[in-house]
Design a protein around this ligand. Structure first.
Ligand SMILES: *Cc1c(COP(=O)(O)O)cnc(C)c1O
Length: 465
């Protein structure tokens, strides 16, 4: 498979190159040159397969030319062997039509592990035997950082510099990052929001003076390999609920538009997806974009669902590119306009194209708490604030009554104990695999959110090319 940039001016890459690069050199994001497709018969053939076998069947076309099916199977078996549930991403029934897809059984308790455990192994494999040294720079609203750090701590040939917004991640999230003392892990708390941190990372990639000195790489969901790994669980869930004969709807708590874009890819590959519900918290740029065509950056409001406190959704560019006829020059112009004015309108073609598959909703604090209580009282499920936003949107969505609705449960409730306890009266216990998180030593730097401060810090510690 070959990969092209959404802005049309970066080199075409293969799977190995696209995995190591992350962001495209023209400021765009990589997407496959064509969408592979699975026939109805091939989708039916996924029924009853293990998670690992499903993963191989779904991802094989994307890695073709770089990994054999057997190599891919070996990596998936290793990555998903670290999950605490033998189904990897089990489905839990809430009532006759609502289901939860639990994506949080990995080492750091959030769905990011599904992709990052695999990405860590891909990095290791692609770097083995080369003298290349990668400098991973990332921005995290909490969960990407912990999952990336778990996946990359102690691995040869890679340093990780992870920026998080100071004071705006939960205690569990921060400790999962800052108590990893491996010498290749560097945590940086910056003054500012997640969007500020993400903008700094983008600026580092786009600054030739800085990016030319290091082999920079990204683990945010701008990295194609992450999205690819997330396509798998849409297939895994849907075939268990009647696909390909019966369509299935998904409700996805959304921030950077990565997880829900993976659902779009699944639909492009032939999975019968009735609807993808894009569920936002009050940081609702995606809801405004999809319902009114208004993609304009608001001010980030901190909420109990910090992994969705985002007002610039990087992966949305991938959708705009695909819906706009895959015209790189047009996407470049549209995104430059957004970067200059912090606002843009979707074209009619983009709005109409999105409306066929996507619905959207904005969930406030009361509705989030109500959804947590409904799940707890109706079916004994204690869910986290992000999952609750997905569930609230799922229950409000206008969908045919005979279509099963799967809400992606993106984090373990113990990662966000305070809001869960406030809503339900239940204080979720940390699972045993987290161990003595609250007794471990923490280590991180605190820096102003300026380009000079952060790049200065990294340049002193990273390995130059
Ligand atoms: C990252 C994250 C999200 C948002 O996912 P995107 O791919 O950024 O849309 C939702 N919930 C949790 C718990 C997360 O960690």
């Amino acid at each position: 498979m070959r990969y092209i940039s959404t802005r049309g001016a970066a080199p075409v890459l293969d799977f190995e190159q696209v995995t190591l690069a992350g962001l495209a050199s023209d400021g765009g994001l990589y997407v496959p040159e064509t969408w592979p497709s699975l026939s109805a018969g091939e989708i039916a053939g996924l029924r009853g397969l293990s998670y690992v076998d499903t993963a191989v069947a779904v991802m094989a076309p994307f890695v073709e030319g770089t990994l054999t099916r057997e190599e891919l199977r070996g990596l998936c078996a290793q990555a998903y062997g670290r999950f605490a549930h033998s189904a990897v991403t089990p489905l839990v029934q809430l009532d006759e039509r609502h289901w939860l897809l639990e994506l949080f059984h990995g080492p750091t308790l959030a769905f990011k592990d599904v992709a990052l455990q695999l990405l860590g192994l891909l990095f290791e494999r692609f770097l083995a035997g080369s003298d290349k040294h990668l400098t991973v720079v990332g921005a995290t609203s909490g969960d990407t950082g912990s999952a990336a750090i778990d996946a990359l701590a102690g691995r040869a040939g890679v340093d990780v510099f992870m920026l998080h917004p100071n004071g705006r991640v939960s205690d569990v999230q921060r400790r999962q990052m800052t108590t990893v003392l491996a010498p290749n892990i560097h945590n940086i708390a910056i003054d500012g929001s997640f969007d500020d941190a993400q903008a700094l990372v983008k600026a580092m990639f786009n600054d030739p003076g800085f990016s030319g000195k290091f082999a920079l790489s990204a683990v945010n969901s701008i990295n194609w390999a992450r999205l690819m790994a997330q396509v798998v669980y849409y297939f895994y869930a849907a075939v268990r609920l009647g696909a390909p004969e019966c369509p299935v709807a998904f409700s996805v708590p959304t921030g950077n538009f990565g997880d829900v874009f993976a659902g779009y890819v699944a639909a492009k590959m032939g999975l019968p997806v009735a609807k993808l519900v894009v569920a936002t918290n009050v940081n609702d740029i995606l809801h405004r974009a999809l319902s009114q065509g208004d993609y304009s950056q608001g001010v980030v409001v901190p909420t109990p669902s910090p992994s969705m406190d985002i007002q610039v959704s990087s992966n949305f560019e991938r959708l705009l590119f695909d819906l706009g006829g895959r015209d790189g020059a047009a996407t470049r112009e549209q995104m430059r306009g957004f970067e200059a004015t912090k606002a843009m309108r979707l074209t009619n073609a983009q709005r109409d194209g999105a409306a066929t598959l996507f619905a959207s909703d904005r969930i406030d604090l009361d509705d989030m708490a109500l959804a947590m209580r409904w799940a707890c009282e109706g079916s004994g499920q204690v869910i986290d604030p992000h999952s609750a936003i997905g569930l609230a949107a799922a229950r409000r969505a206008d969908l045919p009554a005979d279509v099963p609705v799967v809400t992606l449960a993106t984090a373990h409730p113990s990662k966000f104990r305070e809001p869960v306890e406030r809503a339900t009266g239940v204080r979720p216990a940390l699972p045993a695999r987290i161990g003595d998180l609250f007794d471990r030593e923490e280590r991180y730097a605190t820096l102003p959110g300026t380009f000079e401060a952060v790049t200065g810090y990294i340049a002193e510690r990273a390995v130059a090319v």
